[in-house]
Design a binder for this molecule. Structure first.
Ligand code: FPP
Length: 238
C-alpha cells in the first residue's frame, strides 16, 4: 500500500528545549516551560487552520519525576495555571481536550483541573488535543494488556486491533507525523506502539521559539515523504 502524504491527520510533538531556552536568557527553567505553554496555545490555532484533526503533545513523561523537585512542582502548578488561563479560549475554539497518562499519582488539584478541561470540551468537534501527562509508551502498552485481561480477553483475542482499543490513544488514529524540537533525535518513551509508521521531523529549534514558519517547514517535509507502510518503493524509484 502506498499513500501520498498531504496534511497529517494526527500530529504528535515532543516539545523539547524549554530549559535551554530559559538558560540562554539567564532565567530559571520554569520560565522556559511557561513560554512553552504560550507557544503550544498559538500552535493549536495554526494546526486547526492547516486542517490537522489530532494534536498530541508530550507535556510530562513518566521519567520526568526524576527532575529536581522544584521543577516538577513548577510544572504541575503551571498546568493548573495554564488550564485556568486558556481553557475558556480553547473550549470556545472548538478544541476537545483529552488527557492521556497516569492520573493516579498526580495531585487531587491537578486531577480536578484535567477532569474539568475534559468535561468542558467533551462535545467539541474541532481539533482534539491529547495531552500526554505522566505518560510513558511502555506504561501505555502494559496498561492496555492489563485492561484487556481484566475484561477477560483470551490470548487468542489479543490482536493488534483489540490491544489498540485499550491504549490511552484509542480515540485517535496513529500519528502521521512526529515533530521533536530541541535538537535531540529520539522517541523518549513517547507513543511507542502508535508510532510504528509515523514520519519524523527533528528540529534544532527550541520549543518556545517554534512558530508557524517552523511548523509549515515540517508540514512541507512531511508532504514530500512517500509513505510505504512496509511496502516496496515504486519501480521507478528503485
Ligand atoms: C522539555 O524541555 C519539556 C518538558 C519536559 C515539559 C513541556 C511542558 C510544557 C510545555 C507544558 C505543557 C503544559 C500544558 C498545559 C499542555 P526540557 O525541560 O527537557 O528542555 P531542555 O532539553 O532544554 O532542558
Amino acid at each position: 500500500m502506498q499513500a501520498v502524504a498531504a496534511v497529517p491527520r494526527h500530529l504528535a510533538i515532543v516539545m523539547d528545549g524549554n530549559g535551554r531556552w530559559a538558560k540562554k536568557r539567564h532565567l530559571p527553567r520554569f520560565f522556559g516551560h511557561k513560554a512553552g505553554v504560550d507557544t503550544l496555545v498559538k500552535l493549536i490555532g495554526t494546526c486547526q487552520a492547516r486542517g490537522i484533526e489530532h494534536l498530541t503533545v508530550y507535556a510530562f513523561s513518566s521519567e520526568n519525576w526524576r527532575r529536581p523537585e522544584d521543577e516538577v512542582s513548577g510544572l504541575m502548578g503551571l498546568v493548573i495555571v495554564a488550564v485556568t488561563k486558556y481553557l475558556t479560549k480553547l473550549a470556545r475554539d472548538g478544541v476537545r481536550i483529552v488527557i492521556i497518562g497516569d492520573r493516579e499519582s498526580v495531585s487531587d488539584r491537578l486531577r480536578r483541573a484535567w477532569n474539568e478541561a475534559e468535561a468542558l470540551t467533551r462535545d467539541n468537534k474541532g481539533l482534539t488535543l491529547s495531552v500526554a501527562f505522566n505518560y510513558g509508551g511502555r506504561w501505555d502498552i502494559v496498561r492496555a494488556c492489563q485492561r484487556a485481561m481484566a475484561d477477560g480477553l483470551s490470548a487468542g483475542q489479543i490482536t493488534e486491533a483489540s490491544l489498540s482499543s485499550y491504549l490511552a490513544t484509542a480515540h485517535a488514529p496513529d500519528p502521521d507525523l512526529l515533530i521533536r524540537t530541541g535538537g535531540e533525535m529520539r522517541i523518549s518513551n513517547f507513543l511507542l506502539w502508535q508510532m510504528a509508521y509515523t514520519e519524523m521531523v527533528f528540529s534544532d529549534c527550541l520549543w518556545p521559539d517554534f512558530n508557524d514558519a517552523a511548523l509549515d517547514a515540517a508540514l512541507t517535509a512531511f508532504a514530500g515523504r512517500e509513505r510505504r507502510f512496509g511496502d516496496v518503493a515504486p519501480a521507478a524509484a528503485r
